[in-house]
Ligand binder design. Structure first.
Ligand code: NAD
Ligand code: MG
Length: 399
């Protein structure tokens, strides 16, 4: 049997929901993958447990105090893991020459710098952190091209589109007769909730997703459908399609993960159980296939697949994301930052659910929009939008 080179993997955001799915897949294929570095923000105890299980060369905590706790927890233990801290260390580990693959699974804008560092170092990058691409799409895709990085989507919809497009996906959308990219959405927990009840829904209600089990921020984004708005911008950059060629379809069963509609009338769809290990296994092994640990699809158990139009009045975040994509420049970074601040305030019970869209709308209306040609410009737009959003949140504060 030929001996395969072990691919050394960094998981940015290893303590999260996507991080856990990635480690589950990797642990099924120790002949192919080894864990080079694991990173987290503050969850030192959880990262310590992962270090003692996967023996990474490095563990990085974004938070310095948490890194101290982690050092303490690993002291005298049977692992040689070196503990580093801070954003710079996150960027440095992904650039290490021994690193083959980086799984970008940090939530939010915090993922931008390390994910971009991995792209600029020409690594194979598995992208879950959609916010990075939303904030800095042009910069990101330019860096992919100039560093010849291999960027593979693991967001389930984009992975589904990738699997439904032929060959090189970045050329495919323009040259392969694609009419539309159809992103499916479950509709989240509030698809049928009476509008007046949406006034008082709690973070627990919003995080109780009917199909997926995910981190809290993306769960709220799914409930407001901002997640689909961010995914539309993500699809625009990944596949080079304009907004008017991206359609959103509500598909409550979440079995079709997305589709590509071709000009001859053919539609190619990707079907799978809703489990992130599928797209992670696909992208890890691409262009080969490996087992993900997910059971085969039971067609007789599913029985029916249904589709609905998205309700832009119920979910104003969808329209705001379309608007930001059309405006371009720094508008998507502004949208993303205002959303992150509003979601945080909602999770902290400082803001009502229906006020999330209002805060984003008011922030987009006030923020000066300009080109997003450098990382500094993107970070500046992000910081400015957060300031404006915090003022808008205070005005509507539930407290
Ligand atoms: P999560 O909240 O479960 O985990 C987030 C991870 O990021 C944790 O490891 C945390 O320590 C780390 N992190 C948070 N803030 C950080 C900071 N400031 N600096 C460094 N690290 C930080 O989130 P998740 O659900 O795993 O989602 C991660 C990303 O993947 C998000 O961008 C999300 O939109 C995307 N995504 C998630 C799913 C899913 O099923 N969970 C599906 C598709 C895409
Ligand atoms: Mg998704």
């Amino acid at each position: 049997m030929p001996v395969r080179d072990l691919q050394r993997v960094v998981i940015l955001g290893a303590t999260g929901s996507v991080g856990a799915s990635a480690l589950d897949v990797i642990s099924r294929h120790t002949d192919r993958y080894s864990v080079f570095a694991l990173t987290a923000n503050r969850e030192a105890a959880r990262l310590a447990r992962l270090c003692l299980r996967y023996f990474p060369r490095y563990a990085v905590m974004a938070d310095k105090a948490a890194a101290e706790t982690l050092r303490h927890l690993l002291q005298g233990k049977a692992c040689q893991t070196q503990v580093l801290d801070g954003v710079q260390a996150l960027c440095e580990v992904v650039r290490e020459p021994d690193v083959h693959t980086v799984i970008a699974a940090i939530v939010g804008a915090a993922g931008l710098e390390p994910t971009l560092a991995a792209v600029c170092a020409g690594k194979k990058v598995l992208l879950a952190n959609k916010e990075a691409l939303v904030m800095a799409g042009q910069l990101f895709m330019d860096a992919v091209a100039s560093a010849n990085a291999c960027l593979l989507p693991v967001d389930s919809e984009h992975n589904a589109v990738f699997q439904s497009l032929p060959g090189d996906y970045r050329r495919a959308a323009t040259s392969a007769g694609v009419r539309r990219i159809v992103l499916t959405a479950s509709g989240g927990p509030f698809r049928n909730t009476p509008l007046e009840e949406l006034e008082t829904v709690s973070p627990e209600d919003a995080c109780a997703h009917p199909v997926w089990s995910m981190g809290r921020k993306i769960s709220v984004d799914s409930a407001s459908m901002m997640n689909k708005g961010l995914e539309m911008i993500e699809a625009h950059w990944l596949f080079g399609v304009p907004a008017n060629q991206i359609e959103i379809v509500i598909h409550p069963q979440s079995i079709i993960h997305s589709m590509v509609d071709y000009i001859d009338g053919s539609v190619i769809a990707h079907l799978a159980n809703p489990d992130m290990r599928i797209s992670l296994a696909h992208a890890l092994a691409w262009p080969e296939r490996i087992a993900s640990g997910v059971s085969a699809l039971d067609f007789f158990g599913i029985a029916a697949l249904s589709f609905e139009r998205p309700d832009f009045a119920r979910f104003p975040c969808l329209g705001l994301a379309c608007q930001a994509l059309e405006t371009g420049g720094s508008a998507p970074a502004t949208l993303n930052a205002a959303n992150e601040e509003a979601v945080k305030a909602f999770l902290d019970r400082r803001l009502g659910f229906r006020r999330i869209g209002e805060v984003i709308d008011a922030t987009l209306a006030q923020a000066a929009q300009y080109g997003a040609a450098s990382i500094e410009a993107v970070l500046e737009a992000d910081a400015r939008a957060r300031e404006l959003a915090r003022i808008e949140i205070k005005k509507r504060s539930a407290a």
